[in-house]
Design a protein. Structure first.
Length: 212
C-alpha cells in the first residue's frame, strides 16, 4: 500500500509522521506517477489540474465549467503547485498490472468541496478486495460509503461557529445570560474548536506561511 501526493517529499514525510500513517507516503510534485497511471490506462480518468496547462489537465476529462476552472486557477493555496495538483483517487493495481479497482474524483463543485470529498472509505475498499476470489477480475465500487462534505474539518468548523456564536448572542439579547457568562461561553466554544480542529488550523497556518 502506498500514498502519493503532489506535495514535496518533505511535506509527505511530515504528513506521514503527524497523521501516524503506517504505509509509505511519497511526494511527487511533478506528478510523474499520476501521468504514468493515465498514460498506461491504469487510472485513465485520474484528474491532474495544472493551472499553467489547461489542455493537459483536461486531456482525459469531460469539460470542466469555466467557474470551476476560474476558482481553481485563482485559489491561493493551489497556486503553490507549480506542476499541478492531482485530485483524490483510490486504485488497487495487482502485480501483473491488472486493475482490481479504481476511482478518481473528477467533479469540481461546491457540493463535494471542489474535489475534497466523495472518496470511498478506504477500509471498505480494502476489505472488499481481500474478499475477492482468486482470479477474479475488477470489482464493483458502487456500494462503498463515500466521505461526506460534513466530514471535512473546515466545514465542521464553519458549522460549529454558525451555531455556537448565534446561540450565545440569543442568550445575551434575551437577557438569559449576562455579558460575563456569554464571554465565558464563547471562550469555551473557542477552546473546544481549537482542541477539536487543531490539525486543520495548523495546516491552514502552514499553508499561509508557504504562501508568504
Amino acid at each position: 500500500m502506498l500514498a502519493i501526493t503532489s506535495e514535496p517529499p518533505r511535506y509527505a514525510r511530515l504528513a506521514q509522521e503527524e497523521w501516524e500513517i503506517r504505509y509509505p507516503v511519497m511526494g511527487d510534485p511533478q506528478n510523474r506517477l499520476s501521468h504514468h497511471l493515465i498514460d498506461k490506462g491504469l487510472v485513465p480518468d485520474l484528474l491532474v489540474l495544472d493551472r499553467f496547462d489547461r489542455a493537459r489537465s483536461l486531456r482525459n476529462q469531460e469539460a470542466i465549467s469555466e467557474a470551476a476552472w476560474t476558482w481553481f486557477t485563482n485559489h491561493p493555496y493551489l497556486k503553490h503547485y507549480l506542476h499541478g495538483c492531482v485530485q483524490p483517487s483510490v486504485a488497487i493495481v495487482r502485480r501483473n498490472c491488472s486493475v482490481a479497482y479504481s476511482l478518481a474524483v473528477k467533479e469540481l463543485s461546491l457540493k463535494n468541496g471542489f474535489g475534497a470529498t466523495t472518496r470511498p472509505v478506504a477500509d471498505e475498499v480494502w476489505a472488499a478486495f481481500k474478499a475477492l476470489a482468486p482470479g477474479a477480475g475488477r470489482m464493483e465500487g458502487t456500494g462503498f460509503r463515500r466521505h461526506a462534505l460534513t466530514e471535512e474539518a473546515y466545514i465542521q468548523c464553519l458549522l460549529f461557529a454558525s451555531v455556537s456564536v448565534p446561540a450565545v448572542a440569543v442568550l445575551y439579547l434575551l437577557d438569559l445570560a449576562g455579558a460575563q457568562t456569554c464571554a465565558a461561553l464563547l471562550c469555551l466554544a473557542t477552546a473546544y474548536g481549537i482542541s477539536r480542529w487543531h490539525g486543520f488550523l495548523r495546516e491552514l497556518l502552514r499553508g499561509a506561511r508557504r504562501l508568504g
